[in-house]
Write a protein that binds this ligand. Structure first.
Ligand code: PEP
Ligand code: MN
Length: 264
């Protein structure tokens, strides 16, 4: 079902509040790695919207490498995102890690993010297939494009065709960056599949200074959107601060992206 031979036209996925992704609809999803508190989330959401973001992303259940790192605010984080949505109208995206909270996520978020570490959690993918929620399916750290598309297929096989693919870098022998952004995945996926593909330069790079150049490269490669981590005070973020832009840096990047989208 994900294959281009099944559907010739690009899929357009409606994530609510008038925001779509796919074909000519460009999605800019931005926000903190982890939701921290109400005031900072709402203030940041307002700035992101002003800069040109059309959806808000924040982690409430976090897949941290260490069990001793901050694990997220849980349902409280989803409530905070909903307050920010009320204030700004931005649809919200958050990561679900297991089937336990599936119903809560269906009720409380606009897009369910499946992280790299769960790309092949087939029970979770099958359960998502039984809903009609838009799903952001991040590429597994060591997944081939075919394996990634097969994971999309698991969701679609159940009847949910609202899948957005997110390239977030893959693990290679290179150590200068956290992961290697596979920019070629954009045209390859678009050749193989009708599903939208967006690029997350934040988790690919793992360092702030690479994000603007990689975001611009993604636009020029024809990506259908971007997912970027932004924090008011990156040095003091509760997770992934080293790869967050400040709101001012994000605005500057967005001004360039808007120009590139006109050229493209
Ligand atoms: C995230 O989006 O915050 C995240 C943990 O990403 P990934 O699953 O791509 O590592
Ligand atoms: Mn993160």
């Amino acid at each position: 079902k994900a294959n281009r031979s099944f559907q010739e036209d690009d899929s357009v996925i409606d994530i609510g509040n008038g925001v779509k992704v796919g074909a000519e609809n460009f999605m800019v999803c931005a926000g903190p790695c982890s939701v921290e508190d109400l005031d900072s989330t709402v203030e940041l959401a307002i700035k992101l919207k002003d800069a040109g973001a059309n959806s808000l992303r924040g982690g409430a259940f976090k897949p941290r490498t260490s069990p001793y790192s901050f694990q997220g605010l849980g349902v409280e984080g989803l409530k905070i995102l909903n307050e920010a949505k009320k204030e700004t109208g931005l649809p919200i995206v958050s990561e679900l890690m297991g089937t336990d909270h599936l119903d809560t996520f269906v009720d409380m978020v606009d897009v369910i993010q499946i992280g790299a570490r769960n790309m092949q959690n087939f029970d979770l993918l099958k359960a998502l297939g039984q809903t009609n929620k838009p799903v952001y399916l991040k590429r597994g750290m060591s997944a081939t494009i075919q394996e990634w598309l097969m994971s999309a297929e698991y969701i679609m096989a159940g009847g949910n065709n609202n899948v957005v693919l997110v390239e977030r870098g893959i693990r290679t022998f290179e150590t200068a960056t956290r992961n290697t952004l596979d920019i070629q995945a954009v045209p390859v996926v678009q050749k193989e599949s009708h599903l939208p593909i967006i690029v997350d330069p934040s988790h690919a790079a793992g360092v702030r200074y690479l994000i603007p150049s990689m975001a611009k490269a993604a636009v020029m490669a024809g990506a259908n959107g971007l997912q970027i981590e932004v924090h008011e005070d990156p040095e003091n973020a509760w997770s992934d601060g080293q790869q967050c832009l400040t709101p001012a840096e994000f605005k500057e990047l967005m001004d360039t992206i808007k120009m590139l989208l006109e050229i493209e």
